[in-house]
Ligand binder design. Sequence first.
Ligand code: PMP
Length: 287
Amino acid sequence: MALKIWLDGKLVDTEEAKISVFDHGLLYGDGVFEGIRVYNGRVFELDAHIKRLYESAKAIRLTIPISQNDISLAAEETVKANNITDGYIRLVVTRGSGTLGLNPFICKNGSIFIIADSIQLYPEELYEKGMRIISATTVRNHPLATPPQAKTMNYLNNILAKIEALDNDVPEAIMYNHEGYVAEASGDNILIVKDGVIYTPPAEAGALPGITRSIVIELAKEENLQVVEKNLTRFDLYVCDEFFLTGTAAEVIGIVEVDGRTIGDGRPGPITNLLRKKFFEYTRKGE
Ligand code: PMP
C-alpha cells in the first residue's frame, strides 16, 4: 500500500519522500529517532517518546526545528493519513543537509520525517515458547562516547550485536558495557527475576531508558512485585529464574536460554507471563 510520509511539514507520497545525499544523517548517522506504537488508533505514550526525542537531540546538540507540540501533531496526522489503527511510527530527525565535512553547524535545518506503517512482530509462537539469546562481544556505547541513553541514528554497535545474534541463529543479543555489566539487548531492555524480585540494569549501565520498561515496572509494582535497578553480570543472567525483554516492537517477551544455559524450566516464567498479559491489556485498554 502506498504510504503518505510526513516530510518537513508536508505529507508526501513515498516516492517523493527523499532526503539529500548531503544530509548528515545519511553521511554520518547524525540524528535522532523514535519508534512508537499505535494501538487501537491511539498513539501509545507519545509524550514520553517526544520527551526522549528532544533529550536525545539536546545531548547531540541538534536543534529540532519545530516544537514538541507540533511534532506530536505531525505524528498524529501521519497516523490518520495512513489509516493506521494498529501499527508503528518511525519519527526521525536528521542533522540536515551540509557539506562533506564533519561540521554539523553548517547543516541547514534538521530534516524531520515520519513514517506510519504496519509492524512486523515476532511470531506468536516465540512469545509462547520463549526466545533463545546469546551474549554479544560488541560492547555497548561508552558513556563518554555517543551517550547510550540517547536514541541516535548511529546504531552500528547494535547492528553488529544483531549480526552476532543472527550468526548464531537467535533473534537477539545481550550487550554488555565497557565494565562488563549487562547493558541491554540490541533493541530491547533486559529484566530478570530471581527469588521473586525483578532486577534490571540502571540507565547508567548503558541502557536506553525504555518506555516499555518503565510501564512494565509500574505494572509490576501494581502487583506488589519488587523491582530493583542494579548492575547485573553475565552470571546473574545465567542463574536467574526468569528473563524477559521489553521494547516498543517486542512488548514483553520471555527468554528461555542464554549462551546455552536454560533459564528456569525452559519456558517463559509466571512473572513474565503475568507482565506480558498485563502489558497487553494496558496497551489495548478501551478496545
Ligand atoms: N534499547 C534499545 C537500544 C532500543 O533501540 C530500544 C527500542 N527503542 C529499547 C531499548 C526499548 O525501548 P522502548 O521500550 O522505549 O522501545
